[in-house]
Design a protein around this ligand. Structure first.
Ligand code: MCN
Ligand code: CUN
Length: 794
């Protein structure tokens, strides 16, 4: 274990830490100057532009499509429909959950915004104009937008494309022990049950989804610049779907303007751009606009949860059970490990010590866009954390107990780690009470409660909300986790050039998380090469090793480990070369950052840069040591890493208007050693803003006919600096025992942990009105309704 030492990290000539520490992001030089290279910046000679015709109906039969007027428009090069794709065997594609999804609709449209036709034209304006000229003969069908009605006997069957399908049921899945849990509930002194909805929200990255496809007709090589968080997995899927030879497909994911899980699935637009290029022989660019992104690409959540908790009268939790109705939209397109159709939801037992838990998840099709796993969810740990942290607050209200006291009474204790949860996860490490105490101290918890009591006496409504979350991030190991059969392990290559400068190649792909900086820091920490001398290469399948990509905060736990191990491999090789150069035995050498030296004779040594030159030079290398200084690894993680944290939110609510003001937000995260604390804080800041957005304003709503009511930022509200307080961040450091540098992931922690803290604070504020729960988003109107005792609108 080389956890973050107390000793100060040495600085490079450029002033950067040679190892872990704060350093400005290397990529910001181009980002801040507007010189990033996004998919829409890709310009190729002779490039054409694609646009997608989308369904205005949530459910309708297609009786015919007349494309003749569009084809006749000058500048239009091709109009592709489902019928055309059918002749190529490409009308349907597999989803990442072993379902099928229409690329372009043939028989029916199944959600509003579904892809119906693809126009390729000389300009994007001509392409859009041509869409207006396509005449689709729709026969509207009754739609089901409400998951609770999807299994009704008279509900229209959405997936009648599947042979023998007579209902909208997708799967039932369970975890935990039902008998033990039922027994614990039967004998419990106190039981609290609540219907809790985690509404449909959307990750809404700044850059929408798009691709530029170029199928070179002479070489047969397909180059695809695309917004993907998983370039290698996408390449393999294209090879399997289209039957293209995999070595002839190059997926390039250049700079990405945010992903947040939106860019894990393969979208029909990507496939259409490829087909457009094959048909026309030219490069074809497709970029969706904001409304298309909000209406048709991977949404998040839509979990209807009935949550029950059993406890003693003193507040010792005994069991938790959750019944979930999961709305997956019209195609089951969620991206998650195959074994876990409900993602990692069964981590809902949370951070507490109790013996029995059980969940049952029933998933259904509805006439809505597909998705479910996105928006910094760590494979649905967002839903799980929200369920447990809300129900714990409901229990506190029932017991008339302080919610901090109830949590402290039930938190797992340090000596219980590694801890196996009642649903089968093995938490690696934690000191939960310590983290909670740090947060409470930072907040001045007791004073806050005293202030709240005073204010209540004056008729002012202040609320304090706590959320204590545990995540599991870093999927695999591959024997338990795969996506479409591709095992979740990641490669990493490291080359040290003769002059001692290095290139490290990753299988993961940054969307703004700063990998070009932090992965250089990991290698610097292991080898002593300054981070500015290490180039991080990612996002290009021709130039990086295979791996499953960036989501579920797996880059640090998986590829971060791979980067540390590949650097150690290079270090070991460097030792043999240094021994040859110094004419001593390798065992006589000792390592200090950046240098092997002779034990007892520290003046005699070789720096890593000198060794790099030796490795490429005339030095006689020892038997069995190949020339050059490089190495490769594939890292198959033994377990997930389990970051955790305690968040405390303080709000003031105006009961007359329902307006919520977030006054303070204290976030104490434990993600093990922080490679770059500044980047970690940035990740947490972003996730906390997400939490305020989801808790208070974000919602993709539908009417009964399945019309999407939130297709623009006028309706789909995102939080701005105006709604966010000055974040108060703290940390504790509990290394992961199985990770080479002890680091746990953090990229989704704040999005996972914060919504419950905000909602708990709002409900705490309005609890004097008898409110125990109200669903997100807690807009002013919904808070007001809750106070009046009316149902909220979601
Ligand atoms: N880090 C660190 N020390 C740690 C843990 C992480 O310095 N102990 C750094 C890492 O080196 C990396 C960053 O923090 O630079 C995030 O690391 P990690 O937790 O491994 O997460 P990933 O890199 O795998 O990023 C994925 C995660 C996900 S799944 C979503 S969703 C999300 C998130 O990252 N999407 C983002 N944060 C985002 N941030 C930006 N700017 N844009 C997105 O699309
Ligand atoms: Cu669930 S969103 Mo991130 O895993 O890409």
């Amino acid at each position: 274990m080389t956890a973050l030492e107390d000793a100060p990290v040495p600085l490079s000539a450029a002033g950067n830490p040679i190892g872990f520490g704060r350093m400005h992001r290397k990529e910001d030089v181009r980002f801040l100057r507007g010189e990033g290279n996004y998919v829409d910046d890709v310009q190729l000679p002779g490039m054409l532009y694609g646009a997608i015709l989308r369904s205005p109906y949530a459910h309708a039969r297609i009786n015919g499509i007349d494309t003749s007027a569009a084809e006749a428009l000058p500048g239009v090069k091709a109009v592709i429909t489902g019928a055309v794709l059918e002749t190529l065997g490409l009308a349907w594609m597999p989803t990442l959950s072993y379902d099928t999804q229409a690329v372009l609709a043939t028989d029916k449209v199944r959600f509003q915004g579904q892809e119906v036709a693809f126009v390729v034209a000389e300009s994007k304006y001509i392409a859009r104009d041509a869409l207006e000229l396509i005449d689709v003969d729709y026969e509207p069908l009754p739609a089901v937008a409400d998951a609770k009605k999807a299994l009704d006997a008279d509900a229209p069957v959405i997936r009648d494309d599947k042979e023998g399908k007579t209902d909208n049921h997708i799967y039932d899945w369970e975890a935990g022990n039902k008998e033990e849990t039922d027994a614990a509930f039967a004998n419990a002194e106190v039981v609290v049950t609540e219907d809790i909805l985690y509404p449909r929200v959307h990750p809404a990255p700044m850059e929408t989804c798009g691709s530029v496809a170029h199928m070179d007709p002479t070489t047969g090589k397909l180059k695809l610049w695309t917004t993907t968080q998983a370039p290698h997995a996408h390449r393999t899927v294209y090879a399997l779907v289209a039957g293209l030879p995999e070595q002839n497909i190059q997926v390039i994911s250049p700079d990405i303007g945010g992903g947040f899980g939106n860019k894990v699935p393969i979208y029909p637009g990507y496939v259409c751009s490829i087909v457009g290029s094959i048909v026309t022989g030219k490069p074809v660019k497709w970029m969706e606009d904001r409304a298309e992104n909000l209406m048709s690409t991977g949404f998040a959540r839509d979990y209807h949860m009935k949550v029950s908790i059993a406890s003693t009268r003193e507040g010792k939790i005994q069991a938790v059970k959750v019944d979930v109705l999961a709305d997956h939209g019209a195609f089951n397109g969620v991206a998650q490990p195959t074994k876990y159709p409900a993602g990692f939801f069964h981590i809902f037992t949370g951070s507490y010590d109790y013996p029995a838990a059980y969940c049952n998840v029933t998933a259904v099709y509805t006439n809505k866009a597909p998705g479910g796993v996105a928006y910094a969810c760590s494979f649905r740990i967002t839903e799980a954390v929200y369920a447990i942290e809300r129900i714990v607050d409901c229990l506190a209200a029932e017991l008339k107990m302080d919610s901090a006291e109830l949590r402290l009474k039930n938190l797992l204790r340090p000596e219980q780690f590694p801890y196996t949860t009642p649903t089968g996860w093995e938490y690696d490490s934690g000191d939960y009470e310590k983290t909670m105490r740090v947060a409470m101290d930072m907040a001045g918890y007791d004073q806050l409660r005293a202030e709240q009591a005073e204010k209540r006496a004056r008729g002012e409504y202040m609320g304090i909300g706590i959320s204590f979350f545990t995540e599991g991030v870093g999927a695999g190991p591959r024997k338990h986790m795969d996506i479409l059969g591709l095992g979740m392990a990641d490669g990493c290559d490291l080359r040290v050039h003769p002059t001692g400068k290095a290139q490290v190649r990753l299988s993961v792909q940054s969307q703004g998380q700063g990998h070009e900086t932090t992965f250089a820091q990991i290698v610097a920490h292991e080898l002593g090469i300054p981070p500015e001398d290490i180039e991080v290469i990612h996002g290009d399948t021709d130039n990086t090793p295979f791996g499953l990509g960036t989501y579920g905060s797996r880059s640090t736990p998986v590829s971060g480990a791979a980067a540390a191990l590949v650097a150690r491999k290079v270090r070991d090789k460097a030792r043999l070369i240094a021994a040859a150069a110094l004419e001593c035995a390798p065992d006589d050498l000792e390592w200090e950052l950046g240098r092997w030296y002779v034990k007892g004779d520290p003046e005699r040594g070789r720096t890593i840069q000198e060794i790099a030159m030796d490795a490429h030079g005339a030095l006689e290398l020892p038997e069995g040591v190949e020339g050059h200084l490089d190495a490769q690894v594939v890292y198959n993680p033994p377990n997930l890493t389990y970051p955790y944290g305690c968040y405390i939110c303080v709000v003031d609510v105006d009961p007359g208007t329902g307006q919520v003001k977030v006054r303070r937000f204290i976030a104490v995260d434990d993600c093990g050693p922080r490679i770059n604390p500044m980047i970690v804080e940035g990740q947490v800041h972003g996730g906390l803003a997400d939490g305020i957005g989801m808790a208070l304003m974000e919602l993709i709503a539908f009417d009964d006919d399945g019309n999407n009511l939130g297709g623009s930022f006028m309706d789909y509200l995102l939080p701005t600096a105006m709604e966010c307080p000055d974040w108060e961040l703290g940390e504790t450091v509990t290394p992961s025992p199985h990770h080479p540098i002890g680091a746990k992931g953090v990229g989704e922690s704040a999005t996972v942990g914060s919504p419950a803290a905000v909602v708990n604070a709002v409900i705490d504020a309005i609890s004097p009105f008898g409110v125990r729960h109200a669903d997100m988003p807690l807009t002013p109107a919904n808070v007001w309704r809750a106070i009046q005792g009316s149902p909220v609108r979601t």
